[in-house]
Design a protein around this ligand. Structure first.
Ligand SMILES: Nc1ncnc2c1ncn2[C@@H]1O[C@H](COP(=O)(O)OP(=O)(O)OP(=O)(O)O)[C@@H](O)[C@H]1O
Ligand SMILES: [Mg+2]
Length: 343
C-alpha cells in the first residue's frame, strides 16, 4: 500500500493497462470480480478516446445484498482515477421521492416560486467539479434508484439516452464525460432467501456458490424489469449483481478496515498517536463477531467501531494510552483488551 509520503506515481493511472486497473480495483473491492471486470473496459474506452458520442461513457446498475461493496466500488474507482474517494457526485434518490422534490435536482423554471433559491444539484459546473486534473471523467452515483419519483426516472432516461439534461432555466447539461452508477436494493430480499438460510453463502461449496450467484443475478434482473420500463432497462450497459462475501473476503476487508483505523489515529492524533497491533486471536474474534450474511461487511465495520474504536477513544480521553506506544489488542471473553506497550 502507498503511504502518504511515498513519491508520486510517475504515470497517470489512466495510462495503466487493463490488467493494472483491474488489479488496483480488485485490491480495493474484495471478492467482486464481475463488478471490476465489467467496469474496467469502459474506463479504457474513455481513456482511448473511443467512447461513443452522445451518451455517457458507461451506465451500470449495481444490485445485490447490503454491505457487499456496491457503493465502495464507485469510491474505489474514484480513488483509482482521481486519487480521492470523494471525487464523485452522489445523488441520494431517497431525497427525490416526491414529484416536487425533483426541482432540487434541476432547479425551478424562471418565474416559478423558489427559482432564485433553488440551486440545481446537477449543473455542468458540479459535474465538471467531480472530475480532476488527472482525469476528465466524472463519476456519478444515483443511490437507491427504486426510491426516485417517476419524474426523476424520466429525467434519468434522458441522461442515459442522450447524455443530456435540461435544467429548469433551460440550460443543457452534458453527461458525455460521465460514468453513471445506479444502485438498487431491488430483489435483495428474495436474494437473501435464496442464500441457504441454515448454512449461508459461506457454507456452500464452490459449485453451489456459482449456481446461487447466477440465481441472484436472475432475481435481480427480474425485479428491475418489474419496476422499470423496458426503455429504461435497455439503456443500462451492464447490470452487475454483487455476491455475498465469504469469510476469506471478510478477512481481507478486515485488514483494510484495520489499516483505516491506524490511519485515523495517525491523522487525528498526530504526535499523541500510537500504533495498534491486533493479534491473530483478536482478528479471529472480530471476524466471528462481525460475520453476517444479512449485513455483509457493514456488520464487521460496526463491530470494529463498537469493540475497538469506541474503547480506544475512551482510553485516549482518560489519558490511558502513552503517545508512541503500541496497543496490543487481544480478546478476553466478550470483549477486546487494549494493552499499551512501549514501542
Ligand atoms: N467487497 C468489498 N470490498 C471492500 N470493502 C467492502 C466490500 N463490501 C463492503 N465493504 C466495506 O463495507 C462498507 C459498506 O459497504 P458498501 O457501502 O459498499 O455497501 P453497499 O453494497 O453499497 O450496501 P447498501 O445496499 O446497504 O448500500 C464499505 O464502506 C467497506 O468498508
Ligand atoms: Mg450503498
Amino acid at each position: 500500500m502507498r503511504s502518504d509520503n511515498s513519491p508520486p506515481r510517475r504515470k497517470s493511472p489512466l495510462r495503466d493497462t487493463n490488467d493494472e486497473l483491474t488489479a488496483a480495483l480488485s485490491r480495493k473491492v474484495v471478492g467482486q470480480t464481475s463488478a471490476v471486470s465489467s467496469i474496467v473496459p469502459y474506463l479504457q474506452m474513455h481513456r482511448a478516446g473511443l467512447a461513443p458520442e452522445g451518451r455517457p461513457v458507461g451506465v451500470f446498475l449495481l444490485l445485490g445484498p447490503t454491505g457487499t461493496g456496491k457503493t465502495r466500488t464507485v469510491e474505489a474507482l474514484a480513488e483509482v482515477v482521481h486519487g480521492s474517494q470523494k471525487s464523485m457526485l452522489k445523488v441520494d434518490c431517497g431525497e427525490f421521492q416526491m414529484e416536487h422534490e425533483v426541482a432540487k435536482l434541476i432547479g425551478a423554471p424562471p418565474g416559478y416560486l423558489g427559482h432564485r433559491e433553488t440551486q440545481p444539484m446537477l449543473t455542468q459546473q458540479k459535474i465538471n467539479a467531480a472530475a480532476s486534473e488527472r482525469c476528465d471523467l466524472s463519476l456519478i452515483l444515483f443511490d437507491e434508484i427504486e426510491k426516485a419519483a417517476p419524474s426523476m426516472t424520466r429525467l434519468l432516461l434522458g441522461i442515459l439516452d442522450k447524455a443530456q439534461l435540461r435544467l429548469g432555466d433551460n440550460n443543457i447539461v452534458n453527461f458525455e464525460r460521465t460514468m453513471i452508477f445506479l444502485t438498487s436494493n431491488l430483489g435483495a430480499k428474495a436474494m437473501q432467501k435464496e442464500i441457504n438460510p441454515s448454512f449461508g453463502f459461506e457454507g456452500m461449496i464452490q459449485r453451489e456458490r456459482a449456481d446461487v450467484a447466477h440465481k441472484l443475478e436472475r432475481i435481480g434482473l427480474a425485479a428491475v424489469r418489474r419496476r422499470f420500463a423496458p426503455e429504461f432497462v435497455n439503456r443500462i450497459d451492464r447490470v452487475v449483481t454483487y455476491k455475498p462475501l465469504t469469510s476469506d473476503d471478510l478477512s481481507r476487508i478486515l485488514d483494510q478496515l484495520l489499516v483505516d483505523v491506524q490511519r485515523l489515529i495517525d491523522n487525528r492524533l498526530g504526535l499523541r498517536g500510537f500504533g495498534i497491533d491486533v493479534t491473530a486471536r483478536g482478528r479471529r474474534w472480530l471476524l466471528k463477531k462481525g460475520a453476517s450474511d444479512e449485513y455483509g461487511a457493514r456488520e464487521l465495520k460496526r463491530t470494529i467501531h463498537r469493540h475497538l474504536i469506541q474503547p480506544l477513544a475512551a482510553r485516549v480521553a482518560g489519558g490511558g494510552i502513552p503517545p508512541g506506544s503500541v496497543v496490543r489488542v487481544e480478546p478476553r471473553e466478550d470483549r477486546l483488551l487494549l494493552i499499551p506497550e512501549a514501542a
